[in-house]
Every structure is written in structure tokens, then in C-alpha cells.
Design a protein around this ligand. Structure first.
Ligand SMILES: C[S@@+](CC[C@H](N)C(=O)[O-])C[C@H]1O[C@@H](n2cnc3c(N)ncnc32)[C@H](O)[C@@H]1O
Length: 238
């Protein structure tokens, strides 16, 4: 306290600087601890809850049954797609995700649905599979979160057999200018609170840039908050 009063007599700017300097280490440490706890314990449950809302579940029903053969699911998360696989057509299922916390929820989901899943604890930017090993790659509500999404799409191309299909269902950049403006404005804060999720990724452009072509892509707003609900879904090949 004495330190602050003494400096105040000289120069206000100096007080602010010294005050911030004094608070910084403890403030940073506490924030990091809180963010770590939030990401470890609360976020997986929040993601499971929000991604499990009925409009999203109806979207899953449209795309997941199309998966066939040796299937790689990118960002399997809490395993919300598991009940929708057509087990008669799936020879093998790899579920890739870098989050052990999400995995532990997915494991229970897989057990409940008697689904055999080989979990791969990894980022999509470096998929631990050989070239041409999957007939289908499925990705739902995950392109928004992947850090290096171009590298991930290159990796998906590498592991996908020629003629294989990328099945996707993603939220992303809205076509309406005023919604997109809000998406761009909110995105920096949203990304921090929502585990790295971006509201404004241009899904068709990302696919195109990585050499994927989709002839059946559909789009619409799901019910709910417009900046987070514009959906793109369909299949793509390279
Ligand atoms: C919003 S959740 C969606 C989960 C699931 N796909 C679904 O549809 O419910 C995003 C998932 O992407 C995962 N993820 C984050 N970064 C990733 C990366 N670099 N590569 C692969 N998955 C990633 C997260 O751990 C999380 O499980």
C-alpha cells in the first residue's frame, strides 16, 4: 500500500504500470489454473450437452449412416455419432481425438451401443494411419475447432483411399452479411470459451482449397442462435 501511495504522488501512469506489474504473476497463474480446470472438467460436458441438442442429432442422422467400410471419424468427441452408424456397413471404426476427457465419455457411449471403436489419441493434423487406409472419413462439428485445418484436410486426403468419401456436417460462416459480421466480431472471445471453436470458417472454401469436391452439399440454419447454427453437410471426394 505504501508503495502505491508514494508512486501516486509522482506520476499516475507509473502507478498503473507498477500496479499491473505487481498483480500480473498471481493474476495470470489463477487465470491459467481456472482455464485449465474449465477445459478439463467443465468443457467436455458442455460440448457433449450442446452438440447433443436435437437439431444437431437430426443432422447426424442424415450423414452418419452413409459411412461404410473402414471408417475414420475425426474429432470423435463424446461419441455422439456412434448410435447412427449402420453397423452392417462398417468394417472398422477409428475414433480420433486429442482430448482424453472427451474419449472417456465416448468410451461409455461405444460400450452402451456395443460398438467396437479403435481410439486414436491424436490431432487431425498428423493422423497416425498409413496412406489410403480409410474408405470413409467422417467429420462433424470439428472443422471449426482444428487449429491447422488445412493440414488436417491434407492428412484426411492422404489416409482416404482414392474414390473414398469424406462425409461432413459442420457449422460455419453464414451467408447473411449481418450474421457473418456478428460471427467475426464475437469469434475471438467465443474461441477462448468454446475450446477453440471458430464460428466463421468458410467450409466450402476449405474443402475446395484442399482439393475436395462436393456435388451434394446442403446448407441451412438449424433452430437456435444464428451465429452458431449455419450448417453445411454432404459428401466430398478428391
Ligand atoms: C465440438 S466437438 C465435436 C465432437 C464430435 N465430432 C461431435 O460431432 O459431437 C470438437 C472436437 O474436436 C476435437 N479436436 C480439437 N482439436 C482437434 C484437432 N486438432 N484434431 C482433431 N480433433 C480435434 C475436440 O477434442 C472435440 O472433441
Amino acid at each position: 500500500m505504501y508503495f502505491l501511495i508514494e508512486i501516486d504522488a509522482k506520476n499516475n501512469c507509473c502507478v498503473i504500470y507498477k500496479l499491473l506489474f505487481a498483480l500480473k504473476p498471481a493474476f495470470l497463474r489463477d487465470t491459467l489454473i481456472l482455464m485449465g480446470l474449465y477445459e478439463k472438467f467443465l468443457l467436455p460436458k458442455l460440448v457433449h450437452f450442446t452438440c447433443g441438442q436435437s437439431p444437431n442429432m437430426r443432422q447426424r442422422e442424415k450423414v452418419v449412416p452413409l459411412a461404410n467400410g473402414r471408417v475414420l471419424e475425426i474429432g470423435i468427441g463424446s461419441g455422439l455419432n456412434i448410435p447412427f452408424y449402420d453397423v452392417r456397413n462398417v468394417k472398422h471404426l477409428w475414433g480420433l481425438d486429442p482430448s482424453a476427457e472427451m474419449w472417456s465419455i465416448a468410451r461409455n457411449n461405444a460400450a452402451d451401443h456395443h460398438m467396437d471403436v479403435e481410439f486414436l489419441l491424436s490431432d487431425a493434423e498428423s493422423i497416425p494411419l498409413d496412406n489410403n487406409s480409410a474408405d470413409t472419413v467422417l467429420i462433424t462439428y470439428t472443422m471449426c475447432t482444428i487449429g491447422e485445418v488445412h493440414s488436417a484436410l491434407d492428412e484426411i486426403r492422404r489416409v482416404l483411399k482414392p474414390g473414398g468419401r469424406l462425409i461432413f456436417c459442420e457449422h460455419g460462416a453464414a451467408p447473411d452479411k449481418h450474421v457473418l459480421r456478428w460471427q467475426n466480431r464475437i469469434n475471438p472471445i467465443w474461441r477462448k470459451l468454446a475450446g477453440g471453436c471458430n464460428l466463421n470458417r468458410p467450409v466450402p472454401l476449405l474443402l475446395e482449397r484442399s482439393g475436395f469436391k462436393s456435388t451434394d452439399m446442403q446448407t441451412m440454419y438449424l433452430p437456435g442462435w444464428k451465429p452458431a447454427t449455419f450448417n453445411y453437410w454432404g459428401t466430398a471426394r478428391y
